[in-house]
Write a protein of this length. Structure first.
Length: 318
């Protein structure tokens, strides 16, 4: 595993976004302090109404505040403010295994990975409800279908990032959908990434989850659709073009058959609707082709910016 010499030569920080985690934040800070004694622990409070800030500070964390509500806003502020070689992001609800952090960090440092995902493993239904498991599988499946399968738990809140990842990540989301952005950003730029199974437990008594199963799931689904539109515009608009083409054919074929048999077009509104649908199909395909070329240019610029950032030294180089 990691020696003190390795950790002292690379600055590692633990980032903990928090909202009303008075019950759990002390344990999170203490556990990560024990697992990574040389790492700085930052707790970013997101307008908590309880004593989260006071408890975190008393436990030894560096406490800061982000006023804009939402995990995505907190992530954006953290990534902008803090300079380090490696960043460990974890939720402040004490559901993730702090003891796994050295192993995740070792994987990043020894293999030169820009992101190591902590894939949740649990046998406790209270920790990972069936609805959440199903939703995660569906949403992860959608992303892997479009962008490639390299992770099994896209929505994990436990990750290790390199500085190259953090400083090239646009952080556009406002809420929990930011985990989807992490995954797509890494897949789009072809970053070296890894995944390590980590234990996942339920919240302790007195601690309440901020997740809203259906509304957050729909928000993440909307984010995936938007990312497909932005990063795979030809696929997105080709699907629209196919839809309008099928509608046009279904509506138009009977009209054409009637015209060939009788020389008449008695269903003029249907004919106009079929024509309009085929025009929309053509326009959608053209839009997809144009936007695909623009997206390629954007992807090249993002890749060049990513490559302009120095990678931290690997373990064997130290």
């Amino acid at each position: 595993m990691l020696s003190n010499a390795h950790l002292s030569s690379s600055r590692t920080v633990v980032l903990v976004p928090c909202y009303n985690e008075e019950v759990t934040i002390q344990k999170v800070v203490q556990d990560f302090r024990a697992a990574l004694p040389r790492a700085d622990i930052y707790v970013y409070d997101n307008n908590s109404t309880d004593r989260t800030k006071e408890v975190a500070k008393a436990a030894g964390a560096i406490v800061r505040t982000e006023r804009m509500k939402g995990k995505g806003h907190v992530i954006r502020r953290m990534f902008a403010d803090i300079e380090a070689d490696y960043y460990i992001l974890v939720d402040g609800d004490a559901t993730y295994e702090a003891a796994a952090a050295p192993g995740m960090l070792h994987a990043a440092m020894s293999e030169g990975l820009d992101m190591v995902n902590g894939a949740r493993v649990t046998d406790r239904e209270a920790a990972y409800r069936r609805g959440h498991v199903l939703g995660n599988k569906v949403l992860t499946g959608l992303v892997t279908l479009v962008f490639g399968r390299r992770l099994s738990d896209m929505l994990s809140g436990y990750r290790v990032f390199s500085r190259r990842f953090v400083k090239s990540f646009p952080a556009l989301s406002a809420g929990f959908e930011t985990e989807t952005e992490f995954t797509v950003h890494a897949l789009e730029l072809g970053m070296p990434i890894g995944e390590i199974p980590t234990a996942y437990i339920e919240r302790p008594p007195g601690s309440a989850s901020k997740l809203r199963t259906y509304s957050d799931g729909l928000l993440i689904l909307r984010t995936i659709i938007n990312l497909v539109k932005q990063e795979r515009p030809l696929m997105f608009f080709a699907a629209l073009s196919l839809f309008f083409t099928l509608v046009g054919l279904i509506l138009g074929i009977p009209v054409v058959v009637t015209y060939l048999n009788t020389g008449l077009v008695p269903r003029l509104p249907t004919a106009l609707l079929a024509t309009g649908s085929m025009i929309l199909a053509a326009l959608s395909l053209v839009c997809g082709l144009i936007l695909d070329s623009i997206t390629l240019g954007r992807r090249e610029l993002k890749r060049m910016h990513y490559l302009s950032l120095a990678a931290p030294p690997l373990l064997e180089e130290q």
